[in-house]
Design a binder for this molecule. Structure first.
Ligand code: ADP
Ligand code: MG
Length: 257
């Protein structure tokens, strides 16, 4: 028997009303995501990727269809979902510790146990000595890690990453995406990553979902199996299958150069 999906996206459509008229952002999107799975979503700009994440997060209500998380219909934000936006959105006037506990503060979960967990995450990911520093004193990669720890501190089961690494330079992005993947595997999280970077999408994911242009629909889903000893996203880029997936999906995206 197939296990119950942790996220079940069923026949989602989304139409926005704008002064210029109606914009169909998503059309009939369905996708089941298993617990612990890492899903990458790729597709042309404006095809509704961020819209879908906002719907899963319960921040906006779809025009049709429903999302279920652990078999419960999403009708508003829940503590089960952590959202990591494109820019790290750290607050410059709060030190690292104050930034890390912000999510807990908002969700009114500042218990001793949760604070210890946040402290442990900072230790595990090499940031504890920066606790009293301010975001401007950290590198881009470190800031991104702080943002991730802030999200993990609230113990969400599902992480939504919207172009979470795009603001970083290439070198840092490789390192940070590797770290993030390892953290998520270690913490047994389910993740959905929206990215422009196809290599990043393939190297991190169990499945890559390709969207059509607007209104976004699921065009194809690739199950990624890479033969690589290291099992890290960076190492997996060297896998013999990597190029094949890359070329296939690249064609599918219809990117013209
Ligand atoms: P993506 O993340 O794939 O680039 P988005 O989900 O941000 O796409 O947007 C999908 C489409 O919906 C775009 O054409 C965008 O302009 C439009 N859109 C997004 N948010 C709104 C909104 N609040 N009101 C009107 N149109 C919107
Ligand atoms: Mg977007």
């Amino acid at each position: 028997m197939k296990a119950q999906p942790i996220v079940a996206i069923k026949n989602i459509s989304m139409k926005y009303q704008s002064p210029e008229g109606e914009i169909a952002a998503l059309e009939n999107v369905s996708l089941d995501i298993a617990e612990g799975e890492f899903i990458s979503i790729v597709g042309p700009s404006g095809c509704g990727k961020s819209t879908l994440l906002n719907i899963i997060a319960g921040l906006i209500t779809p025009s049709a269809g429903e999302v279920k998380i652990k078999n419960q219909v999403v009708n508003g934000p829940t503590g089960m979902v952590g959202y990591m936006p494109q820019r790290d959105q750290l607050f410059e006037w709060r030190n690292i510790w104050k930034n890390v506990i912000l999510g807990l503060e908002i969700q009114k979960k500042l218990t001793e146990e949760n604070l210890q967990f946040a402290e442990q995450l900072l230790k595990n990911y090499g940031l504890v000595e920066f606790k009293h520093k301010f975001p401007s004193q950290l590198s881009g990669g470190m800031r991104q890690r702080v943002a991730l720890i802030r999200t993990l501190a609230t113990k969400p089961d599902i992480l939504l990453l919207d172009e979470a690494f795009s603001a970083l330079d290439y070198q840092t992005r490789l390192v940070v995406s590797d770290e993030v993947k390892q953290i998520l595997v270690k913490e047994h999280k389910t993740a959905i990553l929206v990215t422009h970077d196809l290599a990043e999408a393939i190297s991190m994911a169990d499945r890559v979902v390709v969207f059509t242009s607007r209104p976004g629909t699921v065009k194809n889903i690739y199950t990624i199996k890479l033969t690589c000893a290291s099992k890290t996203p960076l190492g997996c880029r060297e896998a013999p299958e990597f190029r094949e997936y890359f070329n296939k999906i690249w064609k599918e995206l219809g990117v013209r150069v």
